[in-house]
Design a protein around this ligand. Structure first.
Ligand code: SF4
Length: 249
């Protein structure tokens, strides 16, 4: 399997041909940069907060946001923000990876935790909040995380919040909205989400919107980012997991 652009060994076959390591990295980065430019996700003199967990998608989003700002000489700042939900044997590992990554790439890292802000970790809260229902921890986790990302990024003066959502995430969200008869919610999807013009909300943007999960995973491996590829212990029980498995099948 040879690269369609040179004679090197191919690493991935896409619809338009086979690419080697170097051409795949260029293809992937250009796709992200084109998305940022086309949808005007990041501009000049911004203070960009990248919501990071230490996982592959958010580290890629963090790395390429910084690279884009430097390449385009935007005079914008970037910092990483992690929410520690309090999920044992999971988040503490990804945070270690994230701290090392931020040190290596000279990116300021801020953190906030559910325990500090709400007085409960996710593991302490969901058995109480969801008692008597069949609801999973994700319903609390997602709401708390979005609340904290907005609040803390605003406290730090952020003008944008970058998230690591990829094309698989968005496809799952579309399907979830259809199956739950919430089709109106799909209107909020896209590279720019959230409420655009309200002083209380920081606009959320998704530079990886057109990158598949498989492409992002390969990019991280080829770049040699230290990522453990661990999954949240609750990730296999939510409604999103059902949609993910169905689409992957
Ligand atoms: Fe939170 Fe659910 Fe994601 Fe785990 S899988 S981090 S509980 S939203």
């Amino acid at each position: 399997m040879k690269c369609g652009k040179c004679n090197e060994k191919g690493v991935l076959e896409l619809q338009h041909g086979i690419l080697c390591k170097s051409h795949f990295i260029t293809y992937f980065e250009n796709k992200v940069f084109k998305t940022i430019k086309k949808f005007n996700l990041i501009g000049r003199n911004e203070n960009v907060c990248v919501a990071t967990s230490g996982g592959k998608d958010s580290l890629t989003g963090l790395y390429l946001t910084k690279k884009f700002i430097e390449k385009e000489k935007l005079n914008s700042e970037v910092f990483a923000l992690v929410v520690d939900e309090g999920i044992s044997n999971y988040r503490e590992h990804t945070i270690v990876d994230l701290e090392e990554f931020c040190t290596e790439h000279n990116i300021p890292l801020k953190s906030v935790s559910n325990k500090e802000e709400f007085g409960f970790t996710l593991e302490e809260a969901y058995p109480i909040v969801n008692k008597g229902t069949k609801k999973k921890p994700c319903n609390i986790c997602g709401v708390w995380r979005r609340y904290l990302l907005n609040k803390v990024s605003r406290d730090f003066g952020a003008t944008k919040v970058v998230t690591g959502h990829n094309l698989d995430d968005e496809a799952q969200a579309v399907m979830m909205n259809i199956f739950k008869a919430n089709t109106k919610l799909s209107a909020n999807l896209g590279p720019i989400s959230g409420i655009k013009e309200d002083k209380h909300f920081v606009q959320r943007v998704k530079p990886l919107y057109f990158c598949t999960e498989k492409e992002t995973r390969l990019y991280v491996l080829l770049k040699g980012f230290k990522v453990q590829f661990t999954e949240c212990p609750f990730s296999h029980i939510g409604y999103r997991a059902q949609m993910r498995d169905m689409l992957n099948d």
